[in-house]
Design a protein around this ligand. Structure first.
Ligand SMILES: *[C@@H]1O[C@H](CO)[C@@H](O)[C@H](O)[C@H]1NC(C)=O
Length: 394
């Protein structure tokens, strides 16, 4: 067994033993005993809610368990605070109704709100988003669309071993949360599915994402304003748009992003590898202390990119980004680029990028003409150590 697998198994084992010790059988609430049916047809929403309410009111640690089977649920909010810690153990599959309007008019499908000390273990969630995407593509009168699983105002949460398929919009959203661990998650949607980001984080601190495989139609992971202390390790991304910080600087009064690490990860045929993206508009935002290291790029269009001229719909003519990007380290990044510009630093003319450190980079161009890769810079400066290919602009 490879080492990393062994580690992930032993982690899960420790988690299971921990949970076994803290959960006594008397406080286990099975959704089926509250009326849920795993037949794929019966609406089990209110049964899930009753099981949640019972668990949440338990003064001893409690579990909500979802056995094997396919459970149909509409938009549902699991609201805290709860009286003690909760284990949400899913052995089965949760599916959304076939009619995409049922959850699509809400912004969420499964929402945890103001919950702390929660573990969500196992499970498959399938929003069946394809008809919703078709509606969007045809430009019809579609609902806004739902994020599959959201955490809002939550803390001390572990999500381990969850799989998410075909969300209408974002698969997992984390907003205003702290101390979250997302482990061994699998996210799957077609490469052409619109706005199906894997994990979107905003206004949160202390989020670690480890051992996740994300194949989707938009960013594998995106980090919005007001986020700090993010750690991403052992991520497989692709297809998708890569791991993005941004879009930042859409609003003028915006919190910055700081202390973000992406390490030991592989990007396969993605649009970007690691990206920082900001609107070309005035803003008080910033992105600083970012570390991207030990990454493998396989046939990635923009393996390393900072783009501060983001302006879809040309809504910001002749403006520059107010977002200050500084102290960004790229270290030990190897592999192939599907375009010649393997490194792009398109920074703001009014707020140039500073402190960009490049160390041990080797990105080659996938082409038949054996042309070398190049870097492209605007308003960017920093330092170089070790061998760096393509050569930096400074
Ligand atoms: C940066 O984030 C990591 C991961 O969350 C955390 O362990 C570390 O303490 C943070 N560093 C600072 C200086 O806050």
């Amino acid at each position: 067994m490879p080492n990393n697998l062994a580690t992930s198994f032993s982690c899960q084992l420790v988690l299971v033993i921990d949970l076994f010790i803290i959960i006594s059988p008397s406080s286990a609430y099975n959704v089926v005993s509250f009326g849920a049916r795993g037949d794929g047809r019966t609406d089990s929403t209110s049964a899930f809610l009753r099981a949640w309410t019972a668990a949440c009111n338990s003064v001893t640690p409690a579990s909500v368990s979802v056995p094997r089977g396919i459970f149909l649920i509409r938009s549902v909010s699991f609201v805290g605070p709860c009286k003690n810690r909760i284990l949400f153990q899913i052995s089965g599959t949760l599916v959304a109704p076939d009619n995409y309007n049922v959850v699509g008019n809400s912004q969420f499908w499964i929402l945890f709100y103001k919950v702390s000390r929660l573990s969500v273990v196992g499970g498959i969630i399938d929003a069946k988003g394809s008809k919703f995407w078709s509606c969007r593509r045809s430009g019809g009168n579609c609902p806004r669309g739902a994020r599959s699983i959201s955490f809002q105002w939550c803390s001390n949460v572990i999500v381990n071993g969850l799989s998410s398929f075909n969300s209408q919009t974002v698969h997992m959203a984390i907003n205003e949360c702290s101390n979250m661990k997302i482990q061994n998650m699998k996210i799957t949607a077609p490469s052409g599915s619109p706005n199906t980001d894997g994990i979107h984080i905003e206004s949160s601190r202390g989020v670690t994402i480890t051992g996740c495989t994300i194949r989707t139609g938009d960013d594998c992971i995106s980090i919005g304003p007001g986020s700090m202390n993010m750690y991403m390790d052992n991520i497989g991304c692709g297809p998708g748009h890569g791991i993005s910080i941004g879009s930042l600087g859409n609003g003028f009064n915006e919190d910055g992003v700081q202390n973000v690490t992406v390490t030991n990860s592989v990007f396969t045929k993605t649009q970007n590898g690691v990206r920082v993206k900001s609107w070309a508009r005035p803003s008080g935002g910033y992105a600083k202390n970012l570390v991207f290291k030990n990454l493998i790029m396989r046939n990635v269009a923009n393996p390393i990119i900072i783009d501060q001229r983001y302006c879809p719909g040309n809504s910001c003519p002749h403006q520059s980004s107010g977002v200050r990007v500084s102290q960004v380290t790229y270290k030990n990044i190897k592999g192939s680029s599907s375009t010649q510009a393997a490194m792009t630093f398109r920074c703001s003319s009014t707020n140039p990028c500073s402190g960009i450190r490049l160390q041990d980079i080797k990105l080659t161009y996938v082409n038949t003409l054996k042309r070398p890769t190049v870097s492209y810079c605007e308003n960017a400066g920093g330092s170089t150590t070790g061998a760096v290919l393509p050569r930096s602009c400074w």
